[in-house]
Design a protein around this ligand. Structure first.
Ligand code: B1M
Length: 211
């Protein structure tokens, strides 16, 4: 089996230490960093994302795969910067003001990073102004809002409004998600996209960034 396939398969099993060793070995063997990233780490995380969508794996499996992914990317990050490999897009993500749930948001972040996006994690309890200022100052193509409470999902509408007021609405897409959020709600508040799970959110973000 090729070393890249081994990286991908061990990542899918969440074997972080082995992934780290294999990535180091691949670097030492002179395999180009973008190839280690695309055909090893991202390919493995892609499989996990698809299985997660089909309910073939669940949150714990995704979390261990993401940890393995992080171990590998830590080694690649400095080399990717040297090689001038650019992220496929830049997004900021957070759980909206008043809401402290972050497990789903973290999964979305991991899946997006797994697709090669640069993700600024604003954490939880994030004010609408913070989403908008970050997108403006950091040049994010997408603002991603997560909410788990029916009492906080309304904050997403404020994010849309603040983006309009700040004059960035035409340049930034707004994605929303979280258990109580629906497609109809997203349309009602003027968000660009609703997705129901982390893997679909990552696919959607890549699509929006490359549009
Ligand atoms: Co809370 N909680 N909680 N809670 N909690 C819920 C959400 C609740 C449904 C439980 C219930 O009553 N049955 C309920 C909300 C009811 C409602 O609003 N209608 C609730 C409540 C009421 C509360 C408190 C108010 C309880 C209290 O104190 N009285 C309080 C609120 C605190 C606050 O936020 N201000 C509270 C607190 C907590 C804990 C701190 C104990 C803990 C959070 C820990 C943490 O996140 N670090 C917690 C938990 C764990 C839950 C449940 C049990 C699980 C949530 C979770 O992590 N799910 C939840 C009940 C349940 O859902 N069964 C519940 C797993 C996670 C992977 O799913 O986040 O939906 P989820 O993410 C999914 C998708 O939604 C999607 O992708 C993910 C996976 O594919 N997704 C996106 C998420 N964000 C996305 C963004 C996108 C796209 C997709 O695009 C940008």
């Amino acid at each position: 089996m090729s070393i890249l396939k081994e990286i991908s398969e061990n990542l899918q099993k969440g074997k972080a230490k082995i992934v780290k060793q294999l990535v180091q070995q691949a670097i030492d063997e002179g395999i180009p960093v973008h190839q280690i990233l695309d055909e090893g780490l991202l390919s493995g995380m892609g499989v996990v994302g698809e299985k997660f969508k089909r309910n073939e794996v669940f949150v714990p499996e995704v979390l261990v795969a993401a940890r393995a992914m992080n171990m590998g990317t830590q080694l690649l990050k400095p080399l990717l910067a040297e090689a001038g490999v650019k992220a496929t897009g830049k997004v900021c993500i957070g759980t909206v003001k008043g809401d402290l749930h972050d497990i789903g948001k973290n999964l979305v972040k991991m899946m997006m990073e797994g697709k090669g996006l640069e993700v600024i994690d604003l954490g939880t309890d994030v004010a609408p102004e913070t989403f908008v200022e970050t997108a403006k100052n950091e040049g994010c193509q997408i603002i991603c809002c997560s909410a788990l409470l029916t009492t906080t999902m309304g904050v997403m509408e404020e994010v849309v409004q603040k983006a309009v007021e700040a004059g960035i609405r035409d340049n930034v897409k707004i994605m929303v998600g979280g258990a109580p959020v629906t497609e109809a709600f997203a349309q009602k508040i003027g968000a660009d996209r609703y997705t129901s799970d982390a893997a679909s959110a990552a696919d959607c973000a890549v699509e929006l960034c490359s549009a």
